[in-house]
Design a binder for this molecule. Sequence first.
Ligand code: PRE
Length: 262
Amino acid sequence: GRRLRGESTALTLESVRKFLTREEDSIVFSLIERAKYPRNAPAYDPSYLGSPAKFHGLSLVELFVRETEAVQAKAGRYENPVEIPFFPRHMTLTLAPPYDFPNELHAAAAAVNVSGTIWREYLDGWLPQITSQGDDGNYAPTAAADLVCLQALSRRIHYGRYVAEAKYRDAPQDYNTAIRAQDRDALMKLLTFEGQEDAVKRRVEEKAKVFGQDVTLGKRADDGGNATDYKVDPVVVYRLYGDWVIPMTKMVQVEYLLRRLD
Ligand SMILES: O=C(O)C(=O)C[C@]1(C(=O)O)C=C[C@@H](O)C=C1
């Protein structure tokens, strides 16, 4: 059903998992779009833009993300607490009239932020696995594609705050002891569902196959094939989730819960 303005959504494990599942589509699509371009190393090299004094030693991607976020902030994107910018210090005030977004997070815990880690590990660790070697000069579309990837990954990972809130509301007494003891390991155990993680990993691998195949008329859509037949390697997407996206989402949940009684 459609939510009315300001009406609180019922934050349940089912509703937060539905959100995470939909975000999988955005993440897989964004990776496919980025993989359209080769690595394009100059976009990440601060010396590409020349004089450090002129652009404060920024790479093209940093400049692109910073300036685009400023425009999106003006248009109101970051008024919704689901969205977190990578360059908050460069935000100007929004020009859009206010909208009463539901505020379901516990105030003291809502500020959990791992944007710096997401930025670094996406660019240095995952990007080389998603793209082919090479340079085709399309640096601005490359930066634009990176921004969409980064935003989708950040939204998904930081949604761990909502997942943690839903779990806490479900069973506060189970979590309170671990929170009072500030026991990270116990919290990690409480919030982990291994079967669910396995299902998520297998589903994103499948989505990479379904979304990333060439569609040919008169042929069965999925007749096997190997990694090179797909626009982004489904095995890399499986590992991206298993080795990084899920662990980061869990880290956000732990950090959120540690502050849940503040
Ligand atoms: O679905 C959950 O319960 C979540 O906390 C999300 C998630 C994930 O990142 O996909 C993280 C931890 C759980 O072990 C399972 C899945």
